[in-house]
Design a protein around this ligand. Structure first.
Ligand code: ADP
Ligand code: ADP
Length: 229
């Protein structure tokens, strides 16, 4: 469970807070989509959860534990993070890219290799064909999937996804959404999923959190949001 309480972020040099007294709970196993126009504080909120940036005030807890009390590097290793510009290392193979966090954890080689192949199958890619390729040999949709696999490598219970499918064409996006939904049915991870696309927010979210100018303006199931006057 992720719990944000009265979280505010005022960036240096800005007059208005990027995130303004945000209180929001994401239940265990739930996908909460963060919906709102560009600049309303969605990414800032994600980055505060994994402590890439620090809130100006307020508290953030994951499973009851204040993230401030954890070592930021350890915390980040335990949270899957997917962004739009997936940032695969260009001179590393697919397998090496996926293995980054497992290596930091010190997993033995065989375990890493097995996990890489398992992940590739999970995301619908043929391990034999894919593991030794370089990012430049992949399509945009394939890279995006590798980004998701990399984030899931050590099976983190929490995933932060910032427009994970935003950079691919609409057909590939639809496909990736379906595939991820299918995976999530089994994975039951706690997910914050940022999007500015209302259809994606409805499709992917058990709950939707609507942001506007740093404030949470609505929160509920897609059904509740759609039927609310
Ligand atoms: P979103 O993800 O909804 O597009 P962001 O969280 O990226 O919104 O940004 C919220 C606001 O904070 C915007 O006004 C943006 O310009 C500002 N902002 C984001 N990052 C920084 C930063 N590093 N320094 C200063 N202002 C920032
Ligand atoms: P997004 O909207 O996808 O969150 P942006 O394009 O707003 O991304 O931001 C990209 C990068 O620029 C982020 O690292 C963010 O922190 C930084 N940034 C955004 N707005 C500002 C700003 N006003 N001042 C300084 N850095 C910013």
């Amino acid at each position: 469970m992720i719990e944000l309480k009265e979280v505010t972020k005022l960036y240096k040099g800005q007059v208005a807070p990027a995130v303004d007294r945000l209180s929001l709970t994401i239940e265990k196993g739930e996908t909460c989509t963060f919906l709102g126009p560009s600049g309303c504080g969605k990414s800032t909120t994600l980055r505060m959860i994994n402590r890439m940036i620090e809130p100006s005030s307020g508290t953030i807890r994951i499973n009851g534990k204040d993230v401030k009390e954890e070592d930021p590097n350890k915390l980040r290793m335990g949270i899957g993070y997917v962004i739009q510009q997936i940032g695969l290392l260009p001179h590393r193979t697919v397998a090496e890219n996926i293995a980054i966090v497992p290596r930091l954890y010190g997993w033995p080689k065989e375990k890493i290799n097995e996990r890489v192949d398992e992940l590739l199958r999970l995301i619908g890619l043929d391990p034999e064909m894919t593991r030794n390729k370089y990012p430049s040999q992949l399509s945009g949709g394939q890279m995006q999937r590798i980004g998701v696999a990399r984030a899931m490598a050590v099976d983190p219970p929490v995933m932060l996804m910032d427009e994970p499918f935003g950079a691919v064409d609409p057909i590939a996006r639809n496909y990736l959404q379906d595939e991820f939904l299918r995976l999530q049915k089994e994975m039951k991870k706690t997910i914050c999923f940022v999007t500015h696309d209302i259809n994606e927010a409805i499709k992917m979210g058990d709950k939707i959190a609507i942001f506007n100018q740093g404030k949470l303006v609505q929160h509920g199931t897609p059904q509740e949001i759609l039927t609310r006057p």
